[in-house]
Design a protein around this ligand. Structure first.
Ligand code: GLP
Length: 244
């Protein structure tokens, strides 16, 4: 794993943005894997700025989001569908055909998981997958204990994840307890992965990801086995790494 250390969140977003632009401009039909949460917000803002200043075109890209809550309406501000359309898909004028978010409202979850995997395969796989990380090591919504051979699947969220993510909901009761997520194997199938980590609260998670044992008990540790992973981390997140 290559680690790029940056001073702060602004620099992290800028670096992530450079990876995005590089892949977009060097790949014929670029396919991006996208994450939600607080971490990639700066990346999306920079890309939207570029588009508004007419510096980049995005009409040839395709995107696949990592995950979605089960049971939230698309217009619920806590849904990842809403997050992505508000921050990224609408401001960039992306066509519906270009973007993919797992459907957390489907009447048939097995079918939806299968459909999502197929769609990724039909697109030729993901060229560049962006990831954030949960404090418990989850990537996407793959919680500790998830099999490394998992494909897109339904997960029960852990108490800790529900606690942490309830900040995106007005009341704790609104917070869903299930999600649909690309599996570990789906993520590992990406040609390149960029993991974004910022803040001291993620320092222990980053240490385990890079220096810990590769174990299903800590999902992000699987990234040690991927040949093209870059971690972009700020100074605070790097505080617990051995080589300072
Ligand atoms: C969420 C998402 C993940 C995200 C992670 C970190 O639960 N499902 O895709 O990477 O948690 O979120 P944040 O960036 O807000 O810390």
């Amino acid at each position: 794993m290559k680690v790029i250390r940056v001073d702060d969140y602004e620099a992290l977003s800028k670096k992530a943005y450079e990876f995005f632009i590089h892949t977009m401009n060097t790949t014929e039909q670029p396919v991006f894997g996208l994450a939600t949460g607080s971490t990639p917000k700066g990346l999306y803002e920079l890309l939207v700025d570029e588009y508004k200043q007419k510096k980049q075109v995005f009409e040839h890209i395709q995107t696949f989001n990592l995950d979605e809550y089960v049971g939230l309406a698309k217009d619920h501000p806590g849904s990842y569908y809403y997050y992505m359309y508000e921050r990224f898909f609408n401001p960039l004028n992306l066509d519906q055909k270009q973007v993919n978010v797992p459907n957390g409202l489907t009447p048939n979850f097995d079918e939806e998981c299968e459909r999502y995997e197929q769609k990724i395969a039909e697109a030729g796989g993901i060229d560049l997958q962006f990831l954030g990380i949960g404090v418990n090591g989850h990537i996407g919504f793959n919680e500790p204990g998830t099999s490394f051979s998992s494909r897109t699947h339904i997960v029960e969220l852990t108490k800790s994840t529900m606690e942490v993510n309830s900040r995106f909901f007005e009341t704790k009761e609104e917070m869903p307890n299930k999600a649909i997520t690309m599996g570990i194997k789906s993520i590992m199938g990406s040609k390149e992965i960029v993991l974004l980590v910022n803040g001291e609260h993620k320092a222990e998670a980053l240490k385990q990801t890079i220096e810990g044992n590769v174990t299903e008990d800590f999902p992000a540790s699987v990234l040690q086995k991927h040949p093209h992973v870059t971690v972009i981390a700020d100074t605070d997140a790097c505080k617990k790494l051995q080589a300072q």
